[in-house]
Design a protein around this ligand. Structure first.
Ligand SMILES: C[S@@+](CC[C@H](N)C(=O)[O-])C[C@H]1O[C@@H](n2cnc3c(N)ncnc32)[C@H](O)[C@@H]1O
Length: 279
């Protein structure tokens, strides 16, 4: 019964997928709806009412931006492997060219569940077959050596795109630095990172206060400092990486013709960064 009352951090992966399924025209994700269930539908309704009704479209545009970015890079023959750190239940492998290799990384409970659901959906042809590898890792633990050898054996020396979206908010700066150093260790010049985070000013917004309140009620008692925000300079000053694109909900809304309904203060405005490793 307790499990019914409270959501946990990894349940945020269900929420993210459900939000993407609510406006498929915008997200271009026709598979996110597979993850919907009665429990996540109830949480979504509360979330949209109590935090921000704009959250459907912020999540749909985030998906669309990375989907289109990766598609363009594949078309240009710039990448052959997509590595998704904190993949949750996102469905990029099934929305992208079948020749890509995918490495999906998340906590063991997410990976075990995702792997078994996907295998079942592939058996019933609800999902197409893909070159897909699952790795269970907790970024708060000591993972570097084992993960490096697992990734190297799959990726070999192929050009890759690393995606980290919806994750850094839950990590601290030390864990984030470790991850970015790790990205550098596994990538070659010309490879890409797509990253998502909130800027520091986000914590002053009405939307963040509502989010914190929601998380405190539904997930666990936390304070603003438990959630990480990241300044643009963090990306600009990454050694050996060049920031080649920076978007947010407002700029993507213009690009994709999305009509924004709420005031700026009421919107959880995530920022999207695209980095390329220098030669
Ligand atoms: C909001 S969900 C986003 C999932 C996915 N990236 C997406 O956009 O659909 C956050 C994800 O980060 C993962 N995550 C959070 N902390 C983590 C950690 N310490 N190690 C590994 N994964 C973590 C969660 O398990 C969850 O799947």
């Amino acid at each position: 019964m307790e499990r019914e009352k409270n959501i946990e951090i990894h349940d945020t992966a269900f929420l993210t997928s459900t939000l993407r399924s609510l406006n498929e025209d915008l997200s271009h994700d026709s598979f996110a709806k597979l993850w919907r269930n009665s429990k996540s539908d109830i949480w979504i309704k509360k979330y949209l009412e109590q935090v921000s009704s704009e959250e459907t479209n912020t999540h749909c545009l985030r998906n669309r931006y990375f989907l289109d970015t990766i598609k363009n890079l594949v078309e240009e023959n710039d990448i052959e492997v997509v590595i998704n750190f904190g993949c949750g239940f996102s469905m990029y492998p099934f929305l992208l060219d079948e020749r890509l290799i995918h490495i999906e990384i998340d906590k063991p409970e997410i990976i075990d569940y995702k792997k078994s659901k996907i295998e079942n959906w592939q058996k019933t042809n609800a999902l197409p077959k893909r070159n897909l590898h699952f790795i269970a890792v907790d970024f708060s633990e000591d993972y570097e050596q084992a993960l490096l050898s697992q990734i190297s054996s799959i990726k070999e020396n192929k050009p890759c795109f690393i995606l980290i979206e919806g994750v850094l908010f839950f990590l601290d700066r030390k864990e984030t630095d470790h991850l970015f150093n790790f990205f550098n260790a596994i990538q070659n010049p010309g490879d890409f990172i797509g990253s998502v985070s909130f800027q520091d000013t986000f914590k002053d917004s009405v939307a963040f206060k509502k989010l914190l309140n929601f998380l405190n009620q539904m997930v666990s008692k936390t304070k603003a400092s438990d959630y990480q925000t990241i300044e643009d300079d963090y990306y600009r000053s990454q050694p050996v990486y060049h920031l080649i694109d920076h978007q947010d909900y407002f700029s993507l809304s213009k690009t994709y013709g999305n009509v924004i309904c709420l005031e700026k203060e009421e919107i959880l405005n995530e920022n999207f960064y695209l980095l390329k490793k220098l030669s």
